[in-house]
Ligand binder design. Structure first.
Ligand SMILES: Nc1nc2c(ncn2[C@@H]2O[C@H](COP(=O)(O)OP(=O)(O)OP(=O)(O)O)[C@@H](O)[C@H]2O)c(=O)[nH]1
Length: 317
């Protein structure tokens, strides 16, 4: 654990260090509130701070208030140290954001006990952070394939539209569906089907640019959103993806499987009032055409008529 000791008195810093070095921690020191802020804002911020209240310049309580107001993530646990033992002072320190309070002269047993409490609370905080990361991943990413799930894909749409508007780029929305996927499940089993979905997602992710959106829309259907200049560029991009999919050999359980996919693409001039559902519907119509035309095809429709820009609502629901 990274621990910061803040005190303008070197003797107190030494006393604290003497007690704390018995614990498994990395100790940093600061002799003023300003120096403490430098350490707190560094690349290795402390998790626990023992902070003297009365120091020239910024007081410990002022530093604590600043920390509470400015540190966005992973707030440190702050223990104020002071020779004032009045209840009013303790209440004041806690109300300004301190987590605990120690009265001078420092009693080593107190320090150890308070260190143990801090360690426990920080441990709980870290566990919560890890759990939140897992939950976040589950909330945004498809568990089987690791690409964005439908909800996250929908949420990314508006961000993508705003970016394309800023960059004066057009946007392509593609609905992609693996051809005859049911037959793969029937012939090789559901687990092999799952592996096909994983490899297919990886191919999509690797063939698209890092900032394009790749999302599993449901089952064996995926949605891709990419900035594009024109219909020809969309054709080049999705033909390249289609080709890569069709030439990828998927090996699973001593089997080698080849797949193809059909692509329905709709290209538009982005507008803030556009609704994803309508664009997906247009891309779905193109996908239906691609399936009807024999599969393993890219069909592109485009709505790049500038005059429609003056008719808000013409493309929205
Ligand atoms: N293994 C596996 N199969 C899935 C998953 N989600 C959906 N499926 C299967 O995907 C198949 C989709 O079949 P269909 O909608 O008939 O489409 P298709 O066989 O790909 O035929 P076309 O789309 O017309 O080319 C169904 O058999 C679903 O059970 C999944 O997560 N894992």
């Amino acid at each position: 654990m990274r621990v910061l000791i803040v005190d303008d008195d070197p003797t107190i810093r030494m006393t604290l260090e003497g007690v704390l070095k018995k614990h498994d921690c990395e100790i940093y020191e600061a002799d003023s509130g300003f120096k403490a802020l430098e350490v707190i804002q560094s690349d290795h911020p402390p998790e626990l701070i023992f902070m003297d209240w009365n120091m020239p310049g910024l007081s410990g309580v002022e530093v604590t208030t600043l920390v509470r107001e400015t540190v966005a993530e992973n707030q440190p646990y702050v223990i104020i140290i002071s020779s004032n033992s009045d209840d009013e002072d303790v209440i004041k320190a806690l109300s300004y954001g301190a987590d605990d309070y120690i009265v001078k002269p420092i009693d080593g047993r107190f320090l150890n006990a308070k260190f143990a409490v801090a360690q426990r609370i920080l441990g709980i905080q870290e566990k919560l952070r890890q759990t939140n990361l897992v939950l976040e991943k589950l909330a945004y990413y498809d568990e089987l394939t690791g690409v964005l799930n439908r909800r996250a894909g929908n949420a990314s749409f508006q961000v993508e539209m705003d970016r394309a508007i800023r960059k004066e780029q057009n946007v392509s929305i593609a609905m992609v569906d693996i051809d005859h996927f049911k037959k793969i499940n029937d012939a090789f089993g559901h687990q092999t089907g799952d592996e096909v979905l994983r490899v297919f997602s990886r191919v999509l992710r690797q063939t698209m640019r890092p900032y394009d959106i790749v999302c599993r829309y449901g089952g064996e259907e995926f949605m891709l959103i990419a900035e594009i200049n024109n219909k020809d560029e969309a054709s080049d991009l999705f033909e390249r993806v289609r080709e890569t999919v069709s030439t990828t050999q998927i090996r699973h359980a001593n089997q080698t499987i080849n797949i193809t996919a059909s692509f329905g693409v709709h290209v538009v001039i982005p507008r803030t009032d556009m609704i994803l559902k309508s664009l997906v519907q247009k891309a779905d119509e193109a996908l239906y055409e691609a399936k009807s035309a024999g599969r393993n095809k890219v069909i592109i429709s485009a709505d790049l008529d500038e005059s429609k820009m003056t008719e808000p609502g013409s493309i929205t629901d």
